[in-house]
Design a protein around this ligand. Structure first.
Ligand code: FES
Length: 401
């Protein structure tokens, strides 16, 4: 990853109020929400296709008390800016079963509403191109004319399920526009045709690039003409898809986006077929690990002077502070840090997004889950603070580097 990519994908997260410009229904249980970005904030909200934003608002809890809710959603459109310097951010929000935020958004959100929107984050971006830099970087300088980009030709495959299509459609559009020789194979799994998000947009993209985009819809609960395109993607079906339906040889980059089980299956299968991990990008929508309950952020922990504590020192936006964390609480560094600095960045609190990343300067920690940091970041000492627990009496982390 180049320094430029690091900067773009790891910018320090900050929230701003953005106004909803439009809400468009995609399916019975999914909407596309467009936020207007005023010119003065444009520099904070430029992004690379594949990145996401966290949304924050306050909703009543079971007792009717206001309760902060934050959720991350991938950006579904390629970057665009307007003549007056303003721009926009589009996300797709699919209603999750029992999902408080997504249910509320699908029922209530409308143009004119204002939400807290975090500056775009995430490393689910293409790194294909000269010197390891991404053709997508050029999008930052040529936001309205991706077809004019001189990206290197490439061969790409994406496997997405459900709302996993959201970042993938932005990546596919950009890469296909960037070079006239680029090929893109997209496997998109859903339960039924009525669940397919961006159905028209995908068909339009296929019309635009008939020989370069191969689109494979796989439906688990509906019969398609080809048996291979019917049923759940399990190990056997995945092997068949890789062997017969898609161009799986000489792929420059693989993009995997969906639930934990599918992404894990694809990663394992690709590894067994000899695909190097550095050619595989993945993004999880949830860890799908019910044995890992929430509680890595915002869990009340009471400090008591009689207790043994860890001392956690952290630097954020140039300010250094510390907080005591009772050893018996086994709380995350993020959970402790939020007690004294509510602006410590986080989004998923589940080890998935990487927003809470910091560098471990002194001391030792154990990290429960990591679906966000790559090996080179781990080697440099970066940790996910939402997943890290101190194992030495004193720990120092830096969110600014
Ligand atoms: S907040 Fe998402 S990985 Fe920690």
């Amino acid at each position: 990853m180049t320094t430029e990519t690091q900067t773009a994908s790891r910018r320090r997260a900050s929230f701003h109020n953005l106004t909803v410009a439009e809400v468009r229904r995609l399916t019975d249980d999914a909407i596309e929400v467009t936020f207007g970005v005023p010119a003065e904030l444009a520099g904070q909200y430029d992004y690379l296709p594949g990145q996401y934003v966290a949304l924050r608002t306050s909703l009543p809890d079971d007792n009717g008390e206001p309760h902060e809710v934050r959720r991350s959603y991938s950006i579904c459109a390629e970057p665009r800016s307007f003549e007056d310097g303003s721009s926009e951010i589009r996300v797709a929000i699919k209603k999750d079963l029992g999902g408080i935020f997504s249910t509320w958004a699908n029922a209530e959100l409308k143009a004119g509403d204002v939400l807290d929107v975090m500056s775009p984050q995430g490393a689910f971006i293409s790194r294909h191109g000269k010197d390891g830099s991404s053709v997508q970087h050029n999008v930052m300088n040529s936001m309205n004319h991706p077809e004019e980009l001189a990206g290197e030709p490439g061969s790409f495959v994406a496997i997405a399920a459900g709302s996993g299509i959201t970042p993938v459609i932005a990546i596919a559009r950009t890469l296909l526009a960037a070079n006239p020789e680029t090929k893109f194979d997209l496997v998109y799994a859903n339960k039924a045709a009525m669940d397919v998000m961006f159905l028209e947009e995908l068909a339009d993209l296929k019309d635009k690039y008939p020989s370069r985009l191969a689109l494979h819809h796989v439906l688990s609960r509906e019969q398609r003409i080809a048996p291979l395109m019917t049923g759940r993607i399990d190990s056997e079906k995945l092997q068949s898809l890789l062997s017969s339906a898609i161009h799986a040889e000489d792929v420059d980059e693989w993009f995997l986006c969906g639930p934990f089980e599918l992404v894990q299956l694809c990663r394992d299968t690709l590894a067994a077929r000899g695909v190097e991990p550095e050619h595989v990008r993945f993004e999880l929508f949830t860890t799908g690990r019910p044995d890992r309950p929430e509680g890595n952020a915002g869990r009340p922990v009471v400090e008591d002077e009689s207790q043994d504590t860890f001392k956690i020192t952290f630097t954020l936006d140039g300010l250094t502070g510390d907080v005591a964390s009772p050893t018996h609480a086994r709380e995350s560094i993020l959970n402790a840090a939020l007690r004294v600095r509510p602006d410590v960045p986080f989004a998923c609190a589940g080890g998935v997004c990487g927003t809470c990343r910091a560098k471990l300067i002194t001391g030792t920690v154990t990290m429960d889950e990591n679906y966000a940091l790559e090996q080179d970041e781990l080697d440099k000492g970066y940790v996910l603070t939402c997943q890290s627990h101190p194992t030495s009496e004193e720990v120092t982390v830096d969110f600014d580097v």
